[in-house]
Each structure stands twice: as C-alpha cells, then as structure tokens.
Design a binder for this molecule. Structure first.
Ligand code: ADP
Length: 531
C-alpha cells in the first residue's frame, strides 16, 4: 500500500522531492530527545496545489502525513512525527515572503520562511520593521513556532498573539482561510485577528487539524529609542521581592514584551559546556563549582532582562520608573543602548569596573541577547543544548543540536506570577532534578502580566544510556508532580504528548470530535495533541 502511495507522491512532487533512502532520511530522524520514530518517506511539495493533491492521495489510501516547516523543534521531537509510519511533509521549499506591509507593519509568510530570511529581507530593503526572534535560532521557521504558540523576548513576543490571518489545507484537501481571509474583497485579513463568526485560528495551533500554508505576522516599527534592561540579584532571597516588583512594572506597561528572569545555572549553561574535568566526570554540577564559575563571570543568583522602546521621552520615563521600582531589590541595574554597547566593545575592561560585570567574558552573550530584543536572530540561547554533550558543536556555520546528538528535552509549565507559587513550584522540581543527577536551569519568562512560563531544559549526554534513562524518568516525574500541583506545561513534545491526550477528559473528547469532522480519514499528524 505504502509503495503505491509513494509512487503517486513521486508523480506529484517529482522523484528528487520524494525521499526514501536512509541517508536522505537521516536529517529527519535526528533529534535531541530519546524517542525515535520510524519515518517511511519524506515528501517536499512546492505549492498549495501539490499539498492538496498529496492530501487527497493520502486520504484515499489511509496514509498519514506529518507537516513540518523547518522541522527543528529542538527539545520537543524535531522533525519526527508523533506516530510511526507517518510520511513527513516537509514544507521547507515553500519559503516565500509573500508580502511585507511597511505602513501597517506586518508580513505574510509561507512555512519555510526562516527567522534569518525575514530579518535579511527587512535589512536588505531597509524596511524599518523588526521581527521577534525565538531562542531556537536563525534557521528556525516563523510559522512552526507560531503554531506551537512559542515566544521570544521583546516586542510582539507572544507569537500567536501576533499572528493574524491563516490559510489552511484541511485533511479533505479543502482550503480554509480564517478571519476575514475568506471574503474575496477583504482588505483587513492581516490587520484584525477575529474576523466575523467563530474564531478558528486557535484550532490550527498545537493540533493536527490542518496543514497551515501561510500566516500573517505582526512586526514592530523600529522605535526611535531602544534600551535593554539587565538586572542582577546576588542572593536567592531577593527573588521573593523581585517577582511582585516585576509584575507591577509589567502592569504599568514599561517593558515591551516578555521579561526573562534567569537562574544562575541557566546563564552558566548558555555560556559554556559542562566542566567535566573540574567535576572529575561526576554529575550534577556541585554547588562549589557552580558558585566559582558564577563568581568568575559575575553572574547573579537571578539575572533579569527586558526590552524598553518608544520615543526618547518614553524610554527615559521607563528607565526612571524601573529604577524606582527596583531600588533596594536588585544589586545591579544596567540599561544598554546602541551607544553604550559600542563603548563596551571599545573599552571592555574599563566598563567591567564601572558596571561590576565581567564584560570580556559576557560581551558576546550581551550583544546577542541585546540584538535579539531588537529583532536580530541569534544562536545565543541555543548553545545550552550542548551542556552535557561530550563533543563540541560539530557543524560548521550554524549549530544543529539534533545533528550534533545533543540531549535536550524541554519541560515548560506555566506558573502564576506570585512569589508563593514560584517557591512552591521550585520546591517540587528541585529535589526531583537533584535525585536524577540533573541541574535546575530555569528561566521564568513573564509571557504576560499574570504568569510565568518556566522553561526548564532537561540536559543529558545522549551517548550515555544511564543519563538518557535518568532524563526520561525525571521528565515523567516532573510532569506528573507539577500537573498534580496545578503547574501544567504550555507545550508538549513527542516525549510527553500521550501523557495528556490519553486522559479520560471531555477536553480530549471534543478535540477528537473536531478531528473526525475536519479530517475524517485521519491524514494529518495522527496522535499530535490528540488521541
Ligand atoms: P521549527 O523548525 O521552526 O522549530 P517545526 O517546523 O519543527 O518548527 O514545527 C513545529 C511543529 O509544528 C511541527 O512538529 C509540526 O507538528 C507543526 N507544524 C509545523 N509546520 C506546520 C504546518 N505548516 N502545518 C501544520 N503543522 C505544522
């Protein structure tokens, strides 16, 4: 059966875009999580019409397709389908930037458009608009992360909030245009999210209800003035007061987009690999070694970063407001602007003394994180995947944690933005991680004024069976204990999807009914966020 379908696929997209040989499939099997799936073939269409034809053939023969945009999805499963024997539908060839509206500040992109591509497009044409990159890096798509409801720091950081207008190929081959997009004369498809009638876009995020072939994304006009705010607390005890202060500032609207609070260990894993020698091969990282590394790099117990932008007067007022609100609550508060960054680069040692920071060690990270908030894609956050990797990043040019066999699983629960909840949450996760020989490397991302998304990377040596087993057991325990306490992940991976979708719950019943209605032959991504 599959053979027949694959020959039909070859007729539609051509031989060179229907991959079945093991060497071509290698990149699609590469992953940072332990779970491995069987991938019989990959098809690479170049148009919506080809997708429609592929879907109709697949439906007629009960074969499933798993759409990916760039297929990186680090730490959640990469390009692998949720179930075995699903053909990967690689949409990477559909990589046109269909429109950029400079006046109304949005872009319309196909699935294969990467963060770097959109950034370069804006730069080359001197279009004064900024995108919001993710920590996943320049080679990742705009569309995949939006469908996963991911986020970055800086303006328009909640990517699904900034998405407007979608085109979707359903499992029947029909094309759906959401919002105002289904009105032939619509002039506001990418300007007004809700359209008229039921709001459908959400159905196609974190789901398997359709193949999304284009989306509109809102961009940010380059501001007159931009500043990044960096804060440091040297002691753990300060976090309790810092959280309500940050919440208050977010409610005032002085930051543009999410603020990140990074635990000391999170900064350490971004700055280098595991100190195997110093630790004599033992794990997890001991407190004396962690403290010594942190002291050397002048990293605090907690380290915060957020973006401020607007007119000169707005930025000046925001800085004053932040300084007032955080007085006595942080040990260091630094605002970085283009001019200041320039000076830091010219006189790193002098500024180390003035700012009480280790500028030579931190300059690259500061520069990249600053750039990301201004819309410049960067690998700065992605390097953490290499923490326990015994080899260095292998690939020249851009880094690829899946091909480099890094061990990374993300656990990302949502926590109310109160000190009590953060403390209760930490008291659950820290003993579990320690028991499994893993470090607690959390970032608390204030995705809105009311809650944090806690991104916790579970980092392990994928070549060590012991570490792999520990990481898996640790994930299962974290997921279970946190869910019972009310701290539920905002996003699931191949390693965690069935933990939720198999539950006896009306929610998943309704999802199943929607799936049957929209994709009766079950073509699209079986098992993905559904039973
Ligand atoms: P990225 O490479 O940007 O990290 P992916 O392409 O891996 O993102 O997409 C993340 C996940 O989102 C995929 O595993 C897939 O299930 C889903 N997805 C991606 N693109 C589409 C699409 N065009 N239509 C439907 N689902 C998609």
């Amino acid at each position: 059966m599959l053979e027949t379908v694959i020959s039909a696929f070859r007729q539609i997209v051509g031989d060179s875009h229907t991959l079945t040989d093991p060497s071509s499939l290698r990149r699609y099997r590469a992953r940072t999580i332990p779970d491995q799936r069987q991938i019989p073939a990959v098809v690479r269409p170049s148009s919506v019409e080809e997708i429609q034809q592929l879907v109709r053939v697949a439906a007629a023969h009960q074969v499933s397709l798993y759409p990916i945009s760039t297929g990186n999805n680090w730490g959640y499963g990469s390009a692998q389908p949720t179930r075995d024997d699903t053909v990967v539908l690689d949409l990477g060839r559909m990589n046109r930037i269909l429109e950029v509206n400079t006046e109304l500040a949005y872009a319309v992109v196909e699935p294969g458009v990467t963060q770097q591509q959109l950034y370069a497009y804006l730069q080359e044409r001197r279009i004064p608009l900024c995108l919001n990159p993710t920590g996943a890096g320049p080679t990742c798509s705009i569309l995949g992360n939006t469908l996963e409801r991911g986020f970055g720091i800086g303006p328009n950081g909640d990517h699904f909030l900034a998405q407007c207008g979608m085109e979707v190929v359903l499992g029947t081959g029909d094309i759906l245009r959401t919002g105002f997009g289904h009105f032939p004369a619509a002039r506001t498809t990418h300007l007004y999210k809700w359209g008229v009638g039921p709001y459908l876009d959400g159905l196609f995020t974190q789901s398997n209800l359709g193949i999304v072939t284009k989306i509109g994304v809102w961009l940010t006009p380059t501001p007159e003035q931009f500043a990044a705010c960096y804060l440091t607390c040297n002691s753990e005890a300060q976090l309790g007061e810092l959280i309500p202060a940050i919440r208050g500032l977010l409610f005032l609207g002085v930051f543009q987009g999410p603020v990140n609070l990074l635990h000391r260990n999170r900064v350490l894993i971004m700055l280098g690999q595991y100190p195997w020698q110093e630790m004599d091969g033992r794990t997890p990282l001991s407190e004396p070694v962690a403290s010594r590394l942190a002291a050397q790099k002048k990293i605090g117990a907690w380290n915060g970063v957020g973006a401020i932008s607007g007119s000169r007067a707005q930025v000046a007022a925001a800085k004053r407001t932040i300084a007032r609100a955080l007085k006595g609550k942080v040990d260091r508060l630094t605002f970085l602007s283009d001019d200041r960054l320039h000076l830091l680069k010219r006189f790193p040692r002098m500024f180390s003394a003035i700012l009480k920071m280790n500028i030579p060690d931190l300059l690259k990270t500061l520069e990249n994180s600053y750039g990301m908030m201004k819309g410049v894609p960067s690998e700065v956050a992605l390097s953490l995947a290499y923490w326990r990797n015994r080899q260095k990043s292998g690939s020249a040019g851009s880094i690829n944690p899946a091909l480099d066999r890094c061990g990374l699983m993300w656990f990302a629960p949502i926590i109310p933005m109160t000190s009590e909840d953060v403390s209760a949450f930490r008291s659950i996760i820290e003993p579990i991680l320690a028991r499994h020989g893993l470090e607690t490397c959390i970032t608390l991302t204030a995705v809105n004024e009311r809650c944090f998304d806690c991104t916790l990377p579970i980092l392990f040596d994928s070549e060590s069976p012991g570490e792999v087993a520990a990481a898996q057991a640790c994930y299962a325990e974290l997921h279970d204990a946190c869910s019972r306490a009310g701290y539920i992940p905002y996003r699931l991976g191949l390693h965690s999807m069935a933990l939720e979708t198999t539950k006896d719950d009306v929610f998943w019943d309704v999802v199943e009914r929607l799936k049957t209605a929209l994709d009766p032959a079950g073509v699209v991504s079986p098992g993905r966020y559904s039973r």
